[in-house]
Design a protein around this ligand. Structure first.
Ligand code: 5GP
Ligand code: MG
Length: 180
């Protein structure tokens, strides 16, 4: 691993190693396995793009029968010009009566996850929980409970393991933090 990397105009330094990430993913998977052992085929909804690497590692540690969909919050095409209204794309079929685990890369202010949970609740699932790789407690402003948090961090900007800085850095296996 390189200790310092350059992405676009900024320099980043290693903050969390791949081994530490793996331990955190293992711990959260163990909790999910215990909590969902009696549920009928839970569905993991992984939010693109940032959660692809987390989902890939997490799901290999899940020991119950499950379904996976990759979803994205997309702005409505056409007449809406505000960009504020978003819909959910990528779902396969109805979620009515299903147990849903949303898999996110990072919950910061909570705006995105709150919107996603509202859209999903409208489909009358049996349950909806959030599993995020990173949670920023000092930044979170919403009431939606974030039940599964693999790691908590401060308000710093991070990249790697799926997370990008203007599309760069997603393939890094360690987490890097922006330097001053
Ligand atoms: P929220 O709606 O919770 O404020 O923001 C969530 C989204 O902001 C994340 O899914 C991610 O796309 C982006 N984000 C927030 N903090 C970071 C960060 O530290 N690094 C990166 N790469 N993206 C972040
Ligand atoms: Mg995201």
């Amino acid at each position: 691993m390189k200790d310092i990397i350059q992405l676009h105009d900024r320099r980043f330094k290693v903050m969390i190693s791949a081994e530490e990430i793996d331990r955190a993913v293992e711990a959260v998977a163990t909790r999910i396995n215990a909590d969902y052992s009696d549920c009928d085929t839970p569905v993991f909804l992984a939010v693109l793009n940032g959660s692809f690497m987390f989902l890939s590692d997490l799901i290999k540690k899940i020991d119950f029968t499950n379904e996976i969909s990759f979803v994205k919050l997309a702005s409505y095409e056409g007449t809406e010009s505000t960009g504020a209204v978003k819909n959910l794309i990528g779902l396969n079929g109805s979620l009515e009566g299903r147990h849903i685990v949303i898999v996110e890369d990072i919950v910061d202010t909570g705006k995105s996850i709150e919107h996603m949970v509202e859209l999903l609740q409208a489909q009358h699932p049996a349950s909806v929980e959030v599993c995020t790789l990173f949670f920023k407690p000092a930044s979170y402003q919403k009431q939606i409970p974030i039940k599964y948090r693999a790691m908590e961090i401060g308000n710093e900007f991070i990249v790697g393991y799926g997370l990008d800085y203007d599309q760069l850095g997603r393939s890094l296996k360690d987490i890097y933090v922006v330097t001053e």
